[in-house]
Write a protein that binds this ligand. Structure first.
Ligand code: SF4
Ligand code: SF4
Length: 339
């Protein structure tokens, strides 16, 4: 008998390649700082890459910590891109140099996501540390000049939630000529859990999503505005309307993507840190196909509360990481849902 859940293919792996970071951002979903003692060795990382390739993964996204601080990032990029994967990376943008971008590009890095948590030095530096705004702007300019595709990523917090501030973010993205601007929900986990005052209410989150869709059309052709928030399905006019019988979109955790931590733990998402195994002893593809947690996430009839009965559940499903962190139950209703 064919197991329906096994038809789900693993599209993207988010690989937190090191815990090491030169910043201490208040919105960070991990406790990045020093490298962990038991991070995967170079040899182990090469084996993990083989597992990722063998699992048929389409996209590899490096995260961290600061992935550019990993001494083998260029080698791993090259190996993955030569195997046909689309490779991209997150970065805090503060240690970017022309030479590094050139090497990354030559190795096959297709896109870099630069974090900016506010449109001014005052707002951004309050979250990401003194002097970081100036450095990340410089980093973006270097990356653009070298022909790298650049996405500017902003986590929206209580400090940046107003329309004038968000509009300034649009202006900044246009001025820097980045390829895309991604506005993301703050999920209080990792270091972020100590900074809950930065979180938005569900009404404020709705207002931000409305702003995104009001400006998305207006800026079409000039700037691509996006969000990974599954609640976008309630406001995005281009989203499918049909009540799909199986999962068609929304939260990808365990459905289309998984996360590997610096020590090799496998979890559904960087904000849904429930371990299903470890690549040091488990095979990634096998975990993807058989883990009970992944199988549960692939059937939204398993959801609880409002999400369980919601006709939108197969195109949304709510952010399972937010439910896990705020409700202590990854299957519960997404606390940010306003319906
Ligand atoms: S109830 Fe759940 S599935 Fe429905 S829209 Fe809200 S978060 Fe999404
Ligand atoms: S758990 Fe939240 S952040 Fe992670 S994939 Fe789902 S919606 Fe996105």
């Amino acid at each position: 008998m064919v197991n329906k859940e096994r038809e789900y293919s693993l599209i993207m792996v988010v690989w937190e390649i090191t815990h090491k970071c030169n910043l201490m951002c208040k919105t960070c979903c991990s406790f990045s700082g020093k490298a962990l003692r038991d991070e995967l060795s170079h040899e182990e990382c090469l084996k993990v890459l083989n597992q990722i390739i063998e699992a048929g993964v389409k996209m590899l996204f490096f995260s961290g910590g600061e992935p550019l601080l990993h001494e083998h990032i260029i080698e791993y990029t090259k190996k993955a891109s030569e195997a046909g994967l689309r490779v991209s990376t997150a970065t805090n943008g503060t240690i970017v140099t022309k030479g590094l971008i050139k090497k990354l590009k030559e190795a096959g890095m297709e896109e870099m996501h630069f974090s900016i948590d506010g449109p001014t030095a005052e707002l951004n530096d309050e979250i990401r540390g003194k002097g970081t705004f100036r450095k990340v702007i410089k980093g973006i300019k270097i990356a653009k000049k070298e022909g790298m595709r650049v996405t500017m990523v902003s986590v929206i917090t209580s400090l940046t939630k107003t329309s004038p501030v968000i509009e300034k973010l649009f202006e900044l993205a246009l001025k820097l000529e980045v390829n895309a601007l991604s506005l993301e929900r703050f999920i209080p986990t990792g270091r972020g859990a100590k900074n809950r005052y930065l979180a938005l209410t569900k009404e404020q989150n709705k207002k931000i999503l409305k702003l995104i869709y009001r400006n998305k059309k207006k800026l079409e052709g000039k700037l691509l505005i996006s969000t990974g928030d599954p609640l976008k399905c309630l406001l995005d006019p281009d989203y499918p309307k049909s009540p799909y019988k199986s999962i068609y979109g929304g939260c990808g955790a365990g459905v289309t993507s998984l996360c590997i931590t610096p020590t090799g733990d496998v979890t559904p998402c960087p904000v849904l840190m429930i371990k299903v195994g470890n690549v040091r002893k488990d095979n990634l593809k096998n975990l993807w196909l058989t883990s009970e947690l992944f199988l549960k996430l692939r059937n939204r009839d398993n959801l609880k509360g409002k999400c369980r009965k919601c006709p939108k559940r197969n195109i949304c499903g709510g952010c399972r990481g937010t439910a896990h962190n705020l409700r202590d139950d990854y299957l519960e209703t997404d606390p940010m849902c306003w319906i």
